[in-house]
Design a protein around this ligand. Sequence first.
Ligand SMILES: C[S@@+](CC[C@H](N)C(=O)[O-])C[C@H]1O[C@@H](n2cnc3c(N)ncnc32)[C@H](O)[C@@H]1O
Length: 311
Amino acid sequence: MAKPVLKWAGGKRQLLDELYARFPASFDRYHEPFFGGGAVFFDLEPAESTVNDTNPRLVNFYEQVRDRPEALIGRLREFRDPEAGPDPEMPFDAETRRGKAVEQYYYQQRARFNERAYGDGWPADDDDRLEEAALLLYLNRTCYNGLYRENGDGGFNVPIGRYADPDWVQADRVREAAAALAGTELRNGDFSYVLDAAEPGDLVYFDPPYEPMSPTADFAEYSAAGFDRADQERLLEVAVELDERGVRVVLSNSGVTYDRYDEAGFFVEREGATRAINSDASSRGEVDEIVATNVPEGERRGPDQRALDDY
Ligand SMILES: C[S@@+](CC[C@H](N)C(=O)[O-])C[C@H]1O[C@@H](n2cnc3c(N)ncnc32)[C@H](O)[C@@H]1O
């Protein structure tokens, strides 16, 4: 069992048992079209799989973890403490791309990360890809609340975190994740690729940005490109088509989508979970979410499987 390397909004570690209870007892290949932090994938370590996310920096990160874990760990070891002074050998040791004075190493790296997002021809070569991945993990593990968030311009704007002894190298997790990802096909596109990738007997786990419970709730903002109501409708159509073809489907979403999946013929149940999905403390709390599946009860893996696997 590997663990997620990145902290990611909507991470599913707390929902693993509820999800596994709906997984089929056996399946061929595994597909995860909304990968994010990949909590389910890393815990499951499926033998054959495809995973996908629209975020190009995220997919580049996992490519580097899979293909060059030791080089990534080596590069991360060279980073300095976030509260140290800026590195005079690197850009932005005097001012950020917005022209603000830089006093801490963290803000210099944040400015480098943001500058790279807009550079022409990014990423230019393998060194660039490695640097990009190292920066993403460094910022993810040293920023406030450890969450990836982009503002309207696509810039990463999270301030420095307060950690006594931050570990941004995560050597064990990187190595375990590399082993879990070996042989996995990584894709950077829309979730609908799975219509071509999945075959009868395969399992697809969908964890989309949740449909907001109210018009003001906007926790579906994982990256500058949102996931709107039309995308939610497309997702339902894809799930229905997979079902008709004999592909196993498990999906999590917010409670407002209950009727939609119920009417489409899925087995749907509500799960109450208290999870931090937003760095704003006022929006933390009880999240009404559903798990939908087309796996009939008698063919499910059942609640005990995971505990048994631990022995
Ligand atoms: C709820 S998160 C997944 C969380 C993940 N299960 C975990 O445990 O960390 C949703 C992910 O979907 C991605 N995404 C947004 N729109 C997408 C699309 N059209 N196709 C594929 N992925 C998309 C986002 O970048 C985000 O990483």
